[in-house]
Design a protein around this ligand. Structure first.
Ligand code: MLT
Ligand code: ZN
Length: 535
């Protein structure tokens, strides 16, 4: 603990006074350390610590790349005083609070922010941004930190603006099924709220218990119901965002159709907090289905998985609400690391989860049974089970939803999230396994079958930047060759921003950069994310 505390003091001193590294050491050693720091050994330890910390302030290695700190202003006592006056008891500098706010869920990205701000109103967000814009202080908007590309945590000393306290439902229109809420609302609470009113939120994610709607919209999250309800881009009717200089942009329409000029909300959706901070959202919530049933199926090969998808599409039609797959390696980790017992007795190379919804629960049971019999008879599926009660549906979903958690317990994880033609989506898992067999602990494939969205995950015993870079070249190269996307639903954040060129042309990237420069001329909004650094 001591080196950490010393580092933090050094950090503060470094930014309060224009001292050299040697001066910082002297300054600290005399008043704070007294005689304790006079010994040669301790002096050396402190000096090394100081040097490491100063180096950490300048650059950081994340994934396979090194990032250099941009010349933003650093937090001064006057800034802290301003924030504490604006947000009494909500401008936090407590090291324990910051330790958690600085690190992402995957624990792959670790920032060094010195302050966490918890605004309660859009006016407060506006004043925070205005101050940061005038001062040239960088900021990181923060939701539930469940993103998988390090977009929601600082990289260096960015001011963290947490949306957690802006968690109120503003309005719900029963008749149209339109929900208006603040950005900090937890997805699962919103689900429960609208379900009581006969509606559903048009997306579902494994992280629903902690992710916030503002983060979900800012990252254009996909999830398990994409096949039924489509992208958030068509379900978000309006939003409110605060721009880099503090201006509040009100785009809170509730209209289903509005073709007047550029659709600015689409710029905010999926821009990962680099163009504005989303503060409120208007969301279209479709009617809640009466019956939900699910089939959990074991397949002996990927051709069987594809045939099951075709059968589900033709037999269930618009009732199909989710179709997911995962390989044996995923099932094994869910069993080993989470202790969940397999729902079917045999072991199979692949598993498929098919969910269907209906307006009549009786009809629902018949339809899913007929589908199950058909895929078994035709030999696409070797074994399976059906759930028609909410409890069993939930239990079976856990085997798919908790895969990311099981993989996280397997070691250091590298995540790929690609979209290619459905018929070839597993090829890259096999190819990666073959090529890197001796350097990898586990290679796992799962994902959103109906969308051609593969989550290829690699677990390693320890982080290995060289291997990470080799994997990037191989997997992104393969994806680009097949004209796929290197990030189907997770976004780019800090971990994937350098891969953007595999999926977008240099002209498109240049236009994105011009848009960013125009909307955020000082580059203070979530720096080091989405766009690659300009070398
Ligand atoms: C999922 O589909 O489970 C999420 O996108 C998370 C993940 O990819 O691990
Ligand atoms: Zn996913």
């Amino acid at each position: 603990m001591l080196p950490l505390l010393m580092s933090r003091s050094l950090w503060n001193l470094r930014h309060r006074y224009p001292l050299t590294r040697r001066q910082i050491f002297r300054h600290l050693a005399l008043p704070n350390g007294g005689g304790e720091f006079q010994s040669g050994e301790k002096t050396l330890v402190m000096q090394e610590e100081t040097e490491k910390q100063t180096a950490r302030q300048m650059y950081v290695d994340i994934g396979a790349s090194t990032i250099t700190r941009l010349p933003f202003a650093t937090l001064e006592p006057e800034d802290i005083a301003f924030f504490q006056q604006l947000l009494p008891n909500r401008a936090l500098t407590d090291p324990d609070v910051l330790a958690s706010a600085n690190v992402d869920w995957l624990q792959n990205v670790q920032g060094l922010s010195q302050i966490l701000l918890r605004p309660q109103t859009v006016e407060e967000v506006s004043l925070i941004l205005r101050h940061c814009h005038l001062r040239g202080l960088a900021i990181t908007p923060q939701g539930g930190k469940t993103g998988l590309v390090g977009g929601g945590v600082p990289i260096f000393d960015e001011v963290i603006v947490s949306m957690a306290l802006m968690n109120h439902i503003i309005d719900f229109d029963d008749w149209q099924g339109v929900l208006v809420c603040e950005a900090g609302c937890i997805l699962e609470s919103l689900m429960q709220y609208v379900e009581k009113r006969g509606r559903v939120i048009p997306l579902d994610l494994g992280s629903k218990g902690s992710c916030q709607i503002g983060g979900v919209v800012s990252t254009n999250a996909g999830g398990l119901r994409f096949i039924r309800y489509g992208s958030l881009r068509s379900n978000v009717l309006g939003l409110q965002a605060v721009l880099a200089d503090g201006q509040v942009l009100d785009l809170m329409t509730q209209l289903r159709k509005d073709n007047t000029g550029y659709d600015l909300k689409q710029l905010m959706i999926g821009s990962e907090g680099t163009l504005g901070v989303v503060t409120s959202v208007t969301l279209l919530c479709p009617p809640m289905p009466v019956g939900v049933s699910l089939a959990y199926l074991g397949c002996t090969g990927f051709p069987g998985v594809l045939a099951t998808l075709c059968a589900a599409r033709s037999r269930l039609g618009e009732r199909l609400s989710a179709i997911e797959f995962f390989d044996h390696q995923c099932a094994h980790l869910v069993h080993t690391h989470l202790g969940l017992n397999p729902p079917i007795s045999g072991e199979f190379p692949f598993y498929v989860v098919v969910e269907m919804v209906d307006s009549d629960s009786h009809e629902d049971n018949e339809k899913i049974s007929a589908f199950f019999e058909e895929v078994m008879e035709e030999g696409h599926v070797a074994d399976g089970t059906i759930a028609t009660t909410p409890g069993k549906v939930k239990t079976l979903w856990a085997y798919r939803e908790r895969i990311p958690e099981a993989i996280l317990r397997d070691g250091h994880v590298i995540k790929y999230d690609i979209c290619v033609s459905i018929n070839m989506m597993y090829d890259i898992v096999t190819a990666t396994r073959q090529r890197f067999a001796d350097r990898i602990k586990n290679t796992l494939g799962y994902g959103h079958l109906g969308d051609g969205n593969l989550h290829l995950n690699i677990s390693l015993t320890t982080p290995d930047p060289t291997l990470h870079s080799d994997l990037n070249d191989f997997i992104y190269g393969w994806t680009a060759k097949h004209r796929g996307s290197v990030s189907a639903e997770h976004g780019l954040g800090v971990l994937k921003r350098h891969a953007i060129g595999y999926s977008k042309s240099s002209d498109a990237i240049a236009l994105m950069r011009r848009l960013k420069n125009m909307m955020d001329p000082k580059g203070i909004l979530n720096p080091y994310k989405v766009l690659p650094s300009e070398l």
